[in-house]
Each structure stands twice: as structure tokens, then as C-alpha cells.
Ligand binder design. Structure first.
Ligand code: SF4
Ligand code: SF4
Length: 106
């Protein structure tokens, strides 16, 4: 299947599967992870919690960095703990687990 993804011009190129995640954002723009399916409203396109971090020059998962922005029922004092839990659910820090057969400029 051919899929066109719109990403920030300064986003880093996708690393090979298994290499450290560099926040290229391609996986979250292409398909929703289980956290998104369970906790975020349905919608087309990139995951609604995919955030561009201009200072770092990479994408970040909003459900990890400030989930209370997306979950109106989550008390702010619980946000850090919830973010850590979401990070564990998306296997953050365990390397790129997304296989794209071809990535290039449109
Ligand atoms: S897991 Fe891979 S595709 Fe997803 S943001 Fe990280 S490097 Fe990019
Ligand atoms: S919830 Fe986070 S990890 Fe999952 S698709 Fe959205 S931005 Fe990506």
C-alpha cells in the first residue's frame, strides 16, 4: 500500500528498524499505536498526540510528555506517572520497531 505522510521539513530521516528511535514521527503518522486506539478519539491521518518538538528537532509522543493535555479526566498530579506508563506501553527507548519499505521525498 502506498501512503503519503506529511511531516515537518526538519524531521530526521527514519533510521533502520532496530536502531535507536530518533523521533522521525513516521510510525505515528502512518498508523496509530495501541495507546492511541484505546485512549484517543478516532480520526484519520497522523495520531493526534504526535507533537513536533522544534527545540529538539524531533517528534515526541504527547501521551508520554503531557498526557493530561489529551485526557481530560487525568488529574495533573498524576501526569508524570501516567506518562511513564504510556512510555512503557509504546516501548519507548527500545529502538525503532516500524518497518517502512520505502521512505522518500514527495
Ligand atoms: S519508532 Fe522508528 S519510525 Fe517511529 S518515530 Fe521512532 S525512529 Fe521514527
Ligand atoms: S499515542 Fe504516541 S506513540 Fe502512539 S501513535 Fe500517538 S504519538 Fe505515536
Amino acid at each position: 500500500m502506498i501512503q503519503t505522510l506529511i511531516l515537518h521539513a526538519d524531521a530526521p530521516p527514519k533510521p533502520a528498524a532496530g536502531e535507536p528511535c530518533n523521533g522521525c514521527g513516521i510510525c505515528c503518522a502512518a498508523e496509530r499505536c495501541p495507546v492511541a486506539w484505546l485512549f484517543l478519539p478516532l480520526g484519520g491521518g497522523a495520531c493526534g498526540a504526535l507533537e513536533w518538538d522544534g527545540a529538539a528537532g524531533r517528534y515526541r509522543c504527547g501521551m508520554v510528555v503531557h498526557p493530561a493535555n489529551y485526557l481530560g479526566w487525568l488529574p495533573r498530579p498524576w501526569e508524570m506517572r501516567a506518562g511513564r506508563w504510556f512510555a512503557s506501553r509504546i516501548a519507548a527507548g527500545s529502538g525503532c520497531d516500524f518497518n517502512a519499505t520505502e521512505v522518500g521525498d514527495a
